[in-house]
Design a protein around this ligand. Structure first.
Ligand code: ACO
Length: 429
């Protein structure tokens, strides 16, 4: 077999261009067009970037046709069963599962950096009590840049570890405080004796005179929720973080942009949209079939269904569906919305419209059932997604920073007016 590197040939207007080809560790093939414009004057056109590889990455592998998701090579099913959120975060960001000593030290660092600067707390007073928690999260994460000037320019892995500990620990405090603010409740400060997930639940639900005790299964369910959201390669919010980071913007500001990208209903806002949809169907007694017919007439989308990458079951949806059942069992409760979601899933998966388009439940379809059972209000669902996705955003930002990536700057096909002369206001019609 020839060792000659593979190339692809592009022919346009009687001229041919040889384009290098890159092959990934799982056999994915990408045609390298990075010199295309220089060599030919041509650009490629790919709205929505569905066919564009924007980087090489060692972090997460997804095969959407086969329903495979792996973090740093480890199948998501194994990580979900055996790991914790913090261990998973370390794996994603630093590349390997931590040793016991590394994990213990990192947990200590999370406790050391869990408090927000007291001046930063005044920001919460400036937001209206009904302000969207995603807006607060994005703003306060960005504001961390002002309070940690020492972490704006990263110098080596130890320094990065400090920045990571600060951000992963503080995002949880910011998230919980935004909820307390919206409820008119006093802030519950983090407790350094508590581990990551319990500490978050404590800040969310403890009262000054009554400490919250998590019910059976709650901590594990939250940890699983966060693990399953921790990374998903070049999704919209991750690509946003990478794009902002490519200008050498600091980690806090880059992550703040990721929070904003995640906010939309087609991305991280979908988990709350699913619960709103199921609640509407239940409250108005709309038959599932009738609702699906309206989806097929394109009146609205079936939220929590479909994915740019998965054309098969999203493995995270399967794990979350089981976890929702287990949590409700542990709590000794049922949830009508879970029953309705399952009815909807079954009906959709037996309907030609959804089958032909390979539309399956995605990560957001069942995640809201878990959050509801934990007592998290719907307005906070995208915030929960953000806490989970943070390790992925950081890992991708760091990967780009280490590689010294060029500034991201796509091209366009201009379709506006050609050159014309300025019209004085008196002559305009
Ligand atoms: N309900 C009904 N029809 C759908 C849905 C849906 N949820 N999703 C896609 N389709 C249809 C489209 O109308 C289109 O049909 P057509 O070819 O006849 O026009 C076809 O399936 C392909 O859809 P696209 O919009 O091209 O798919 P794309 O990859 O651009 O969008 C997305 C993916 C945004 C996730 C889409 O499936 C969607 O809107 N889903 C609902 C929102 C949602 O659950 N978002 C969360 C995604 S996961 C995440 O971000 C964590």
């Amino acid at each position: 077999m020839s060792n000659k590197p593979k190339t692809a040939t592009l022919t346009y207007d009687g001229k041919s261009y040889e384009l290098p080809v890159h092959v990934g560790s799982e056999g994915e093939v990408g045609i390298d067009i990075s010199c295309l414009r220089k060599d030919s004057g041509l650009i490629t056109f790919d709205p929505g970037y569905a066919n564009t590889g924007s980087c090489k990455s060692n972090i997460t592998f997804v095969d959407g046709e086969k329903g495979i998701l792996r973090y740093r090579g480890y199948p998501i099913e194994e990580i979900a069963e055996k790991s914790t959120f913090i261990e998973t975060a370390m794996l994603l960001i630093f590349g390997e599962l931590p040793t016991q000593a590394e994990l213990t030290r990192f947990r200590e660092m999370l406790s050391e950096h869990e408090l927000l600067n007291e001046d930063l707390l005044h920001h919460f007073d400036g937001f209206p009590s009904n302000g969207d928690p995603m807006s607060i999260l994005s703003a306060v994460v960005s504001a961390l840049s002002c309070y940690h000037p020492d972490l704006l320019k990263i110098d080596g892995e130890d320094h990065m570890r400090l920045a990571v500990a600060n951000l992963i620990s503080k995002i949880r405090t910011i998230a919980a405080f935004s909820y307390r603010k919206s409820m008119g409740l006093p802030f519950m400060y983090p407790d350094p004796k508590l581990r990551y997930c319990v500490n978050f639940l404590h800040m969310m639900f403890s009262l000054p005179f009554k400490l919250y005790e998590p019910p059976l299964g709650a901590v594990r369910a939250l940890s699983l929720f966060l693990i399953l959201h921790a990374d998903h390669e070049q999704n919209c919010s991750c690509s946003t973080v990478r794009m902002v980071g490519s200008t050498q913007t600091n980690l806090f500001a880059s992550v703040s942009a990721g929070v904003s990208a995640l906010w939309g209903p087609l991305h991280g806002g979908a988990n709350s949209a699913v619960i709103r949809m199921l609640t509407l169907i239940r409250n108005e007694g709309i038959p599932v079939r009738e609702y699906l017919e309206r989806v097929k007439k394109r009146e609205f989308r079936l939220m929590g269904f479909g994915h740019r990458i998965y054309k098969n079951f999203d493995p995270r949806a399967k794990l979350l569906k089981n976890a929702a059942h287990n949590l409700l069992l542990n709590l000794g409760r049922s949830d009508e919305l879970l029953d309705l979601a399952q009815e909807m899933e079954e009906a959709a998966l037996n309907d030609d419209y959804f089958v032909e388009r390979s539309l399956y439940p995605n990560v957001d379809f069942y995640s809201g059932i878990i959050l509801r059972a934990l007592g998290v209000p719907v307005s906070m669902f995208p915030v929960m997604f953000s806490i989970g996705r943070l390790p992925g955003w950081i890992a991708h930002w760091y990967e780009d920073a280490q590689a010294g990536t060029r500034i991201h700057r796509p091209r366009q096909i201009y379709t506006g007016p050609q050159r014309r002369s300025y019209v004085p206001i008196s002559q305009r019609k």
